[in-house]
Each structure stands twice: as C-alpha cells, then as structure tokens.
Write a protein that binds this ligand. Structure first.
Ligand SMILES: [Zn+2]
Length: 352
C-alpha cells in the first residue's frame, strides 16, 4: 500500500486541506480498477470504519501476491465538512459557505472529458476543487463505491438501473435489505460517475456491463460498530473477489432476495403535525396499509393531544428520523412499496 496526499488550498488565508489517498497496486492489467470513498457527507462514518478494516485485508492480499486490480481508497473524503462545527455539532452535509450539499453539484462530464476536471483548478473554490479531485480519481476506475449512511436505517443502496441487476452481487455481499433503483438524473457523486460511464462516445448507453457506480447506505449514522464494520469489510472483500479484483476463494454470499424498486416506489412519510414523535414501527418492519406508524404528541397533557400517523400503503420501513421532535413537513420515514406510488416526482434524488 502506498499513501499519497492531495493538498487543497483553502478559501481564506492560512487554511489548507489535506486529503489522504491510499493506493493498492494490482498485478493484472485486465482486472477491474476500483475506487472506494467514505464520509463525503462528513458526519456519516460507518464507511470510514469499514474501509479501515478493508485496508487490513487488502494489505494482506497484496503481501500474498493476491491482488489483481488496482484499488484506490479515500477513507475520509471531506476534510472541509469534517471541520465545520456549529454549537458542538458537526455540519457534514452542507457546505456552510455556499449552502450546497457536499454530495450534489458534481460536474457532469463524459469519460473522455475526465482530464478537463483538473484544468484551471486554481480558479475554483476549495469545495469545488475537492469535488473535481474526487470525481477525477473515481473516473480512473471501473467499480466505484461511495459509502454513506442514512439516519436510522436498514442496509441499502442507490443503484442506477444501468448497473442492475449486475450489481446484485454487491447487494448480496453487503447483506442489503433493499435496493433503490435510481434514475441517474442528479449531480450526486455516484450519478456524475454513472453519467460519465454511460457517455463514452456517441449518445448514452442504457447498460454498462463491467462498471459500477453506487451510493451505499451503510445503515444509520450511529451504526458505527466494530462487528458490523468488520462484517461489511469482509462483504466488500468478497465482492472484490467475485469481480476478479483479488484472487481469493471466498464463501458465496446468499443471493440477494430483497426488494429492488424504482425511487417512485418509495413513500416519503412526512410529519403532518409538529410535536414529540413516538414511533410504533421500527426500521426493518413491514407494515400494512392502515397500521399505526407513529403518534405525535402535538399538545402535551391535553385530552386530544395526540396525532396519529397511519401507513397509507403497505411496505418495508427502510429508514426513520433519529429526531424525536419533528416540525411540520419533516421526513419521518422512507417506506419501500411494491408498486409505483409517486407519479409527480421530478427525476433526481429523494432528499436535498
Ligand atoms: Zn450521505
């Protein structure tokens, strides 16, 4: 393993950001190249822990001469977000200076335009430089995984339909409970990578076999544990073995049997009244239409102080807010439904 560091000048005097990058060199030219990053939303750390343990396994594979493909790892992709704190809490999702989500606004380029990402970099702000650097590294690989997490959540991923069902091996290796099939129409990191993979010449490719760009949601923000991190690192290693990146005889993961549904099938349940939320359903539960999802204490102590939130449709509770006070309109849950339930959703991501 070699370590390098990308230096990004800050936007104010005296500030400079340093981004460590870990490189594992494979010995087989035809093997897929891999790029893995975590904590682009700086306060989402499950992936950083997973990549730490994956590096152990890759170092061992490298020492044993079992590494076929190059693997590039950025275990903590956003030093700028990690340094943002307000009143004792990290603000890792949005750049406070520009109000932009750290996982949006990636440039949409074709694969042939990859090197243009680094042209005139010194004219860009630190966040834009960081985004261009990350995307440039990713576009040097065929398999690209961006490791995030949700709030309280099952294990799932956003995968562009262009990579499905080929990517079911990843879903199976990481024991995902569901896959959200995205439409590739946003400027999130994974979608910018997918955009370049699909635009490799004339027109747009519907399928891109042998390539992958995915946003993995490694459960919830507080799900940073030694056991799950090691298990997920083993899962990623198994995925890499299956794709011919490492030569290892890994046990077969059971086939992925969870739901893989378009974003239009995701019911975004929002709080219709503000108050203290009492959940009746947990992540991983299945619900029937009409069942109680949550009660919100809207007027504490009063006879009619409870507001009931019932499921409008049946499905699987994939995520839940970790807040216990909700404002009107706040996201409460994502429920994976069997059928298309949203007819008016604009293409792109589910959340800001
Ligand atoms: Zn995220």
């Amino acid at each position: 393993m070699e370590q390098s560091e990308i230096t990004i000048a800050g936007d104010t005097p005296g500030v400079e950001w340093r981004l460590p990058v870990l490189h594992f060199r494979g010995d087989t030219k035809t093997a897929p190249k891999v790029y893995l990053q975590a904590a682009l939303h700086a306060n989402e750390l499950p992936g950083t822990a997973v990549l730490h343990f994956l590096c152990d396994r890759l170092r061992k594979a490298e020492a044993e001469g079992a590494l076929a493909g190059d693997v590039t790892i950025v275990p903590q992709a956003n030093p700028i977000g990690a340094a943002q704190a307000h009143f004792g809490e990290m603000q890792g999702r949005f750049d406070l200076a520009s109000r932009t989500n750290f996982n949006r606004d990636f440039p949409l380029v074709t694969l042939a335009e990859r090197d243009a990402l680094l042209a005139d970099l010194d004219r860009e702000t630190a966040v834009k430089r960081l985004k261009r650097r990350l995307l440039h590294m990713a576009l040097g690989a065929e398999l690209v995984l961006d490791l995030h997490c949700d709030d309280e959540s099952i294990q799932y991923a956003y995968i562009d339909e262009a990579f499905w069902p080929e990517a079911a091996d990843l879903a199976s290796c990481l024991s995902m409970a569901a896959v959200f099939l995205s439409d590739g129409e946003s400027t999130a990191f994974e979608e910018a990578v997918g955009h370049a993979f699909k635009h490799r010449g004339e027109g747009k490719l519907a399928k891109v076999p042998g390539r992958l760009a995915v946003t993995v949601e490694l459960r919830g923000r507080r799900d940073v544990h030694p056991d799950t991190a090691k298990a997920d690192a083993d899962g990623l290693f198994r995925f890499l073995a299956g794709r011919g990146v490492v030569r290892a005889s890994e046990p077969h993961a059971p086939a992925f049997t969870g739901p893989a549904v378009p974003l239009d099938n995701i019911d975004m349940v929002r709080a219709l009244e503000p108050g203290t939320v009492l959940f009746h359903k947990d992540i991983g539960d299945t619900v029937e239409a009409g069942e109680m999802l949550a009660t919100i204490i809207t007027r504490p102590g009063l006879d009619d102080g409870l507001y009931e939130m019932r499921a409008e449709r049946s499905g699987l509770v994939a995520t839940r807010t970790s807040d216990r006070f909700v404002r009107r309109g706040d996201d409460l849950m994502k429920i994976v439904c069997k059928d298309r339930i949203r007819l008016d959703r604009a293409p792109g991501t589910l959340e800001d």
